[in-house]
Design a protein around this ligand. Sequence first.
Ligand SMILES: Cc1cc2nc3c(=O)[nH]c(=O)nc-3n(C[C@H](O)[C@H](O)[C@H](O)COP(=O)(O)OP(=O)(O)OC[C@H]3O[C@@H](n4cnc5c(N)ncnc54)[C@H](O)[C@@H]3O)c2cc1C
Length: 284
Amino acid sequence: MIPAQFDYLAPTSVEDALAALAEHGDDAKIIAGGQSLLPVLRMRLNAPEMIIDLGRIDSLRGVRDDGDAIVIGAMTPHAVVGSDPLVAEHAAVISKAVEHLADAQIRHRGTFGGALAHADPAGDLGAPALALGAEFVIQGSGGTRRVAADDFFVDLFETAIGEDEILTEVRIPKHTGWGAHYEKFVRVAHQWPIVAVAATVRVDGGAIAEARIGLTNMGSTPLRARGVEEALVGQPVTEDAVRAAAARATEGTNPPSDLNGDADYRRHLATVITRRAVLAAAGG
Ligand SMILES: Cc1cc2nc3c(=O)[nH]c(=O)nc-3n(C[C@H](O)[C@H](O)[C@H](O)COP(=O)(O)OP(=O)(O)OC[C@H]3O[C@@H](n4cnc5c(N)ncnc54)[C@H](O)[C@@H]3O)c2cc1C
């Protein structure tokens, strides 16, 4: 299908993009890689009069080291994030999630910030960002603010980004030396997960010293499995100990029912996949 007619701007600075957003208000929409927005436009689920393309703003691209954190520019394509050595060393669960995100073509066009701003509960990047305690840097005409991952995902396809704001970068606290795994359960390759689990674990002397677990598609936003995290601390890396902790993966969840599986099926999957993800992350 063909989208409704729109005007198009491709500013070269965040300030110009913000000015265009302010000028066009509700009639404007940001486009990043277009991998989620273009299907929406083509199905005419949205018909903005002005599209503001962030693709020419070089400052929004790339990964850099910033002391205790790595910083990923919002317009960095998934493929670049997935092959970046800083991400692999300090935030390995993100590299692992990107490996399984869509197909190569989408990984080259779609962006890290675009996927997080889109906030699809089945998107693969929310759970890793949440598990790692990411901070989202959001710029508006009044300045820049930082939002913690716990406050960023508000609801289905809704984040803390205001209509007149742009997500510019995501700061990820370094988890150097932590084991990591992203376990994704799919029916068809290169698709969104039915359920997925992001696990990053610090093992010390054969026992789990710290664990951070994020769940994908177990509610209207990505969720932290805090019960599992608590239960894992001090446990040996054994099948039985991890299985017992993973049983708490359903706490606080509200998974959807759809053609891929009902809520009970997803709850069962969450416990199984959490066990697998934690064991793989911990090298068990
Ligand atoms: C066939 C197919 C399979 C896919 N499979 C998967 C999958 O398995 N896992 C997965 O996680 N994703 C999957 N995706 C989605 C893909 O990851 C998209 O790249 C991503 O969801 C959107 O990123 P984008 O850069 O293309 O954003 P766009 O489509 O350009 O934008 C998405 C939304 O975010 C807003 N936005 C974008 N950037 C910003 C910003 N910097 N500040 C504020 N708002 C912004 C836009 O206005 C829009 O509302 C798939 C997509 C397709 C088409």
